[in-house]
Write a protein that binds this ligand. Structure first.
Ligand SMILES: NC(=O)c1ccc[n+]([C@@H]2O[C@H](COP(=O)([O-])OP(=O)(O)OC[C@H]3O[C@@H](n4cnc5c(N)ncnc54)[C@H](O)[C@@H]3O)[C@@H](O)[C@H]2O)c1
Length: 391
């Protein structure tokens, strides 16, 4: 049955069933919302947690006129050891695998868990898709590129300014990681190996696949604010770390001077790209896609400064006297930490295949995210302080 929607080539899009593994996380929650709001597709949502998609599972989800809950089914299972996984993949037309340990603070402190999660646990998903003739969209990472070629050139080399030495291309750039004792690369290396396995399954066994390499997608619901909507201990990714510091009026910690350069893309822009991949298999299959915003490049120090300005605007609070402090990576992340110097995605392939371009400026995406976090924090504090005192 056609849905009235058409793909980029004008062909009707039939409603499909999507097995989304890791649906309860940051990206999964936005992808579920988008699919339910704008498409007729059905979701088999697999995760160990569902806090971020609870609002979609309730019968009232989608507003008074249309309940979304009948098009999303939550399956609480750990893909490490649950025999129900293959059945769910078989029931679906497409599997989207988002499940992973993907927080930098874990890569050098929990390297075994990181490698198991990103390689070993993803293996059965690839195998079941390949054996059952099912399409797979697998989430990898821009970290597979590792360091740029440019960072090995002398500091004063004019070639450092040449994009050939730093812009990251899916079909041309090498993957450059540090030595084995720099355990930070456990994540990137595991993701690279699963990419190679998926690619080989495509080449040798005809698996229909798409690989996504996100470049720092950020927005509401990313990670957790320690002690508010997540554990008190633990170090989330940079956006949540800085937000946490701003909400608690603490200085933002800049690791090794905050010199690393990153490009940030708004989650809602990035999800548009994923929806195009889902609904345009003929254009997306057998491709690896960078999904990022090359126009939103800043150093981590500049990100901290901009977040401080945006937070001042959305909260009405003046900044603290020393808004940032420097810490070493060893102090912040422990032994074995290392980092990519710069991450700028080449957009040629995604432009050509899917005509996708990001829209949202860094300032606007930070404003939307910090407004959300400021509100969530205020509500949590209000709830905590209005609890009756224990007698
Ligand atoms: N957010 C980004 O900018 C970014 C950047 C690079 C790569 N990625 C990749 O995108 C994917 C999703 O990232 P995210 O930001 O939504 O992360 P996230 O941590 O918010 O979501 C991952 C989800 O997977 C679930 N999960 C993990 N292991 C599982 C298991 N064994 N069984 C069932 N569920 C399990 C977690 O509970 C979580 O809800 C990951 O593969 C990540 O490596 C994201």
């Amino acid at each position: 049955m056609a849905s009235g929607r058409v793909d980029l080539d004008g062909n009707p899009i039939n409603p499909m069933t999507i097995c989304m593994i890791g649906a309860g996380g940051f990206i999964g929650s936005h992808l579920c919302e988008k699919l339910l709001a704008e498409t007729p597709h059905t979701i088999l949502a697999v995760d160990v947690y569902n806090d971020k998609i609870k609002h979609l599972l309730e019968p009232s989800g989608g507003g008074a006129t249309s309940s979304w809950a009948d098009r999303i089914q939550f399956h609480r299972l750990n893909i490490k050891n649950d025999s129900r996984l293959e059945g769910l993949i078989k029931m679906a037309d497409l599997t989207v695998n988002l499940a992973a340990i993907c927080t930098p603070a874990d890569y050098n402190t929990r390297p075994l868990d990181t490698i198991y999660s990103n390689f070993i646990d993803a293996l059965p998903v690839v195998k079941y898709c390949s054996e059952n003739g099912k399409r797979l969209i697998h989430f990898s990472t821009c970290e597979v590129y590792g360091k740029t070629i440019g960072c090995f050139l002398p500091k004063d080399s004019p070639l450092r300014q040449d994009p050939e030495y730093f812009v990251l291309k899916e079909d041309a750039s090498p993957c450059i990681f540090g030595p084995i004792d720099k355990q930070r690369w456990s994540y990137a290396c595991a993701k690279q190996l699963i990419e190679r396995l998926i690619y080989a399954e495509g080449a040798e066994n005809g698996l229909e696949f798409t690989i996504v390499r996100p470049f720092n997608w950020i927005g509401p619901r990313m990670d957790f604010i320690p002690g508010i909507d997540g554990p008190s201990e633990g170090v989330p990714r940079v956006l949540a770390c800085f937000s946490n510091n701003l909400l608690r009026r603490e200085p933002l910690k800049l690791v090794d001077g905050g010199e690393s350069q990153r490009t940030f893309v708004y989650i809602k822009d990035a999800i548009e790209a994923v929806l195009l991949m889902i609904e345009n298999p003929a254009r997306a299959n057998s491709h690896i896609f960078n999904v990022g915003n090359p126009n939103n490049e800043v150093t981590v120090r500049q990100l901290a400064e901009m977040m401080t300005q945006v937070y001042t605007k959305v909260s009405g609070e003046s900044p603290i006297e020393s808004p940032t402090i420097d810490v070493s990576s060893k102090e912040f992340y422990g032994e074995g930490y290392d980092d990519s110097d710069k991450r700028i995605p080449d957009m040629t392939i995604i432009n050509r295949q899917l005509g996708w371009n990001p829209k949202t400026s860094l300032w606007d995406l930070l404003e939307s995210t910090l407004t959300y976090q400021h509100r969530t924090y205020a509500e949590a504090v209000k709830k905590a302080t209005s609890k009756p005192l224990a007698s």
